[in-house]
Design a protein around this ligand. Structure first.
Ligand code: GDD
Ligand code: MG
Length: 371
């Protein structure tokens, strides 16, 4: 089976991290997110993937060379790149990438920021059983206003596709989870070379034209990692074992809930926690509810809680990091405080005694960006 993974977005909601690292190349529990997604596709029988992108293509090529990808379980996927000259939107990009795959057959399409335990085979069977032209995976969320909302009839036929309705106006809590099975007839409906949104144009138009659009609800684990809250949440979920006992392949559990890559000892660590290789937790420093990448240094008296620190971060003596994301190589100065879902970009420095608190958006603010 062939798949297109949409990885062309700029990841604006995760800036400044995504100024240097595109969202799908950010680590999630110390494994590059796209590697998790490609492994998931390979595990479900996908053997060829087109990476559909335009933003920072060299970063992708450096980490995932064109040709083939082999996952930790030795499953192999052929990788091709479809680099858009300008962003073509979620449907335009699928059409463009499908041309690179040379397909005249059914494809799977995934948003490149979705982590799920969905049984992809079950989605394909559901699609076959209904002779659908397109089938959408649905997940249930508390606040559907940030997503595509998809009410269905009892047999799964889609009634409507409403992208990001105003808060409180959504007809259901079931949302587009960003994985689709598409027949070639859908690709023919997407005009070539134009910027087209699958959510705002292709699916609503398919319904108007009485095409066979279905959706399958699933209770499998699902998250979109594209906002600071969700990026922190996926780490909390992996530490809590919601996607399997071990948060990252190769880590060992040194004590209950204390996962270590490499040979650090559990001193100073409070479960749940994942510590990458070559980290140093010095003196009376404390790290809990967090993920540390490789070669992170937490100096005496510092506290790290409910946070994600990428590789080579330094947290100097007496500093506090709570509910925040710290990019590769950043330095949190002595006695500084970084709290409240702040994001510190790669190689940034929070000066000695500095304080970083994320500005809150008013509760009535419109949803951020749309695809
Ligand atoms: N190649 C390419 N070109 N990819 C794109 C483009 C483009 O022009 N625009 C967006 N993408 C990619 C992004 O990189 C991301 O992987 C995916 O398309 C979806 O874009 P997001 O910006 O993350 O959209 P969203 O999260 O606001 O909403 C989408 O996902 C929700 C589920 O997480 C929509 O599909 C919603 O309907 C859905 O509920
Ligand atoms: Mg998204």
């Amino acid at each position: 089976m062939k798949a297109v993974v949409l990885v062309g977005g700029e990841g604006t909601r995760l800036r400044p991290l995504t100024f240097t690292t595109p969202k799908p190349l950010l680590p999630v529990a110390n494994q590059v997110f796209l590697e998790r997604q490609l492994s998931w596709l390979a595990a479900h029988g996908v053997d060829e993937v087109a990476l559909s992108l335009g933003y920072l293509p060299d970063a992708f090529r450096a980490r995932f060379p064109e040709g083939r990808f082999v996952d930790g379980a030795n499953r192999e996927v052929r990788l091709v790149y479809a680099v858009e000259p300008v962003p073509l939107g979620t449907a335009g990009a699928v059409r463009f990438a499908a041309e690179h795959l040379g397909v005249g057959e059914r494809i799977v399409v995934c948003n490149g920021d979705v982590l799920t335990g969905l049984d992809l085979g079950a989605l394909v069977s559901f699609h076959d059983g209904r002779q659908a032209e397109a089938t959408i995976h649905l997940a249930r969320v508390d606040d559907p206003s940030a997503f595509g909302v998809v009410p269905t009839f009892a047999d799964g036929e889609v009634k409507a596709f409403v992208e990001k309705p105003p808060r409180g106006a959504a007809p259901t809590d079931w949302i587009n989870a960003g994985t689709y099975v598409l027949e070639p007839s859908i690709l023919e409906r997407i005009p070539a070379g134009l910027c087209v949104s699958i959510e705002r144009e292709t699916f609503p138009r398919l319904l108007e034209q009485r095409g066979r659009l279905f959706a399958m609800p699933s209770d499998a684990y699902w998250i979109d990692i594209g906002t600071p809250d969700q990026y922190l949440q996926v780490h909390a979920d992996l530490l809590a074992g919601r996607l399997g006992p071990c948060p990252v392949p190769g880590a060992h559990e040194a004590a209950p809930g204390i996962w270590i890559q490499g040979d650090a000892t559990p001193e100073g660590l409070g479960a749940p926690v994942l510590v990458g290789p070559d980290c140093r937790i010095e003196g009376d420093a404390r790290v809990s509810g967090s993920v540390l990448g490789a070669a992170v240094r937490v100096a005496p008296g510092a506290v790290v809680a409910q946070s994600v620190l990428h590789d080579d971060v330094t947290v100097a003596a007496g500093a506090r990091v709570r509910d925040s994301i710290i990019g590769t190589g950043a330095v949190i100065g002595a006695d500084a405080e970084v709290v409240d879902r702040s994001i510190v970009g790669a190689n940034a420095v929070v000066e000695l005694g500095g304080c970083l608190v994320r500005a809150r958006r008013p509760a009535t603010a419109a949803p951020a960006t749309s695809p």
